[in-house]
Design a binder for this molecule. Sequence first.
Ligand SMILES: *Cc1c(COP(=O)(O)O)cnc(C)c1O
Length: 410
Amino acid sequence: MTFFKYHNGILHAERVPLPVIADAVGTPVHVYSAGALRHTANRFMAALRHLPAARFAFAVKANPNTAVLRLLADCGYGADIVSGGELRRALDAGMAPSGIVFSGVGKTDRELTDALDAGIGQFNLELEEEGHVLARLAESRGVRAPAVLRVNPDIDGGTHAKISTGKRENKFGVAITEAPDMFDRLARLDGLDLHGIALHIGSQLADLKPLEAAYRRVGELVFALRSRGHAITRVDLGGGLGIPYRSGDAMPSFDDYGAMVSRVTEQWSVGLTFEPGRVIAGLAGLLMTRVIWVKPGVAHPFVIVDAGMNDLARPALYDAFHRFAAVTPNGDTMVANIAGPVCETGDTFGMAQTVDLVRRGDLAVFHATGAYGAAMASSYNCRPLSPQVLVDGDTFAVVGDRILPAELAA
Ligand SMILES: *Cc1c(COP(=O)(O)O)cnc(C)c1O
């Protein structure tokens, strides 16, 4: 189901024609569909709600826009955060502290303290020493920090190397083989309420098999820890499900994922936590841009648009693909290289692509930019941070202002 469709030859976000947004707000602009966010958030929950004591923590890093977080909070989501800044965003969006999970491999003492003072629901420990430090900070405040230990199951998620997190050589989690002894030591600390395990093996996973293998390893660990006398009441299964960026991409359905999780975790007797990011927000957003030039090239022309790698970093970072389409296509196509204005050869969104014919001044979009789009924006080349717009039915609101370089730094 898509909330971005052509009506009378004009691409709309829900019932708002995109040129109306371009006229009002300018380009480049990130456009989100509230309907798409709600629809997907509800469907993800529905596929997993039958699982015992399921909790849902949206991975804020995928889309930290406050209006987006508020909408997801209304759908019953908490937040998976990785920094003090994301803690602020989640609280500002009205998320209950008890629904906040703090992941992240490098939490500072300041961040741990702020999260303790906010009373968040779960700390995901990334190394043994973090557990000792957190326990001390909690004790000095007269509280016990609710915590789980993140393990690295040494499973290759089969995704791009830069978004793989579950292999032994990645920086995340503690080696699953060392987890039992470490758990023994950490569970003794008065300042910790250590009650579970977390994992997250990577992002944009296209196949459930590596996830299932990782979950099974964690299941064995749950029983090993119980046999050592630990009460294990929660397992955090992380996020990572992929979305179709290309029209032909086949991705696991939420129902297939739910069925796999049911099958694997049936005997665990724990509450489960999910940390989806991309699957909730990815397809709910697009980046609208205007063609500055169609510049002749050696084999194909370059379509130079006013959105750059500073607005959408994924193609430059991960060779990611975002489908390019005209807002008012005339039915003709062209073979072109799509590029931004930033002074980097890597500021290219695709080479030798067959796309809608566009000319100087035309509006176009990059699809599926709702996750890791605006979230990764920078002001490189002294470019503004682009505005963000949330469409809901036939109305839209600017939910993120354009921020000019002059406002950012000297
Ligand atoms: C990034 C991240 C997520 C979300 O990943 P998606 O692929 O966007 O679902 C969840 N948990 C942790 C710990 C993460 O680092």
